[in-house]
Ligand binder design. Sequence first.
Ligand code: SOE
Length: 384
Amino acid sequence: MNKVRIGMIGYKFMGKAHSHAYRDLPFYFNLDTEPVLQTIVGRNELEVKLASEKLGWHSYDTNWRRLLERDDIDVIDIGTPNHTHAEIAIAAAEAGKHILCEKPLAMNAEEALKMWKAVRKAGVVHMISHNYRFVPAIQYIKKLITEGVLGEIYHFRAQYLQDWIMDPQFPLVWRLRKEISGSGTLGDLMSHSIDLARFLVGEFKEVTGMMNTFIKQRPLGEMAGGLSAQLSGEQLGKVDVDDAVAALVRFENGALGVFEASRFAKGNRNGNRIEINGSKGSIRWDMESMNTLQLYSEDDPAGMQGFRMIHCTEDVHPYTANYWPAGHIIGYEHTFINLMAEFMRGISTNTSPSPNFEDGYRNQLILDAIDKSSASGEWIKIHN
Ligand code: SOE
């Protein structure tokens, strides 16, 4: 068994999700590589020490640069705010470390391109953590589309709706500050929908977008783990990212796309949904019922046509044989375990599984175009 020693930077929401996935991976998957939770990094020593103990890491550090000098670290896992991704990833690639990076890959396409070039030059394995690709139902939809069950694809519809910042007193955390996050719902949520669309339908040809910021000032504060936050004073700061975004898309293959992402959709906690319509059938999927999908097929007998629910928990469904008997469902955390399995396979075969930094760059081209278009109102071509 080859040990792959991980150095992970960041220890909050994604730090917890990634730590859990590394720990549980050998429990469910028989791979020839096994992740070792070597060192976790954070700037606040007390907090990172506590995280290290709770999440099961062998050691902790307060400076990520020290990891790059160590021979006992094979992977750098980046779960820090977006404005740090490029600096860390490029330095990690130059130090010969494999890299897993949280999404969106970068602040803009220019930065993302530099990151992609750096990992190519260094010959390291790289991946971006678009975990929803690794929901069994999503992988199964890909299989159905590839086998022609939906026929020619005409429409891709995506909604990614949340509501955790609707209270005007919710503080101005880093996710709401452009200099740290690059964008708001666009990069945080719509990047996931774009990743699913590129995976299931194909490349984008052109886009037009619109955005709004409903609450323009908020009290200062910080993320406190998960999607909660704490105030750091009375002072107000300007919200300079989008609270909501919508985009229309033409795909290279002629399909049309409609995308919507919002943090102002009351009642939607993590409403990540897609619908795909083809010449022979349609599919609907919703993350909040992630183990199922709805399939309409024109091949069903007359009188029995309609959307039917498929439980993607049978052994024939991707990844599910690694877990429980049919009908015994999996959850959000398992999407990261499946992703880590692909990352470990990538390391043992020296290939970078999709979604990798190339996908991160192509995704970022689309994010930048939607951002630009929402200011100018124009349609923007995507130069893939
Ligand atoms: C917050 O909006 C967030 O945690 C995103 O950052 C994740 O990418 C998404 O999966 C869930 O919501």
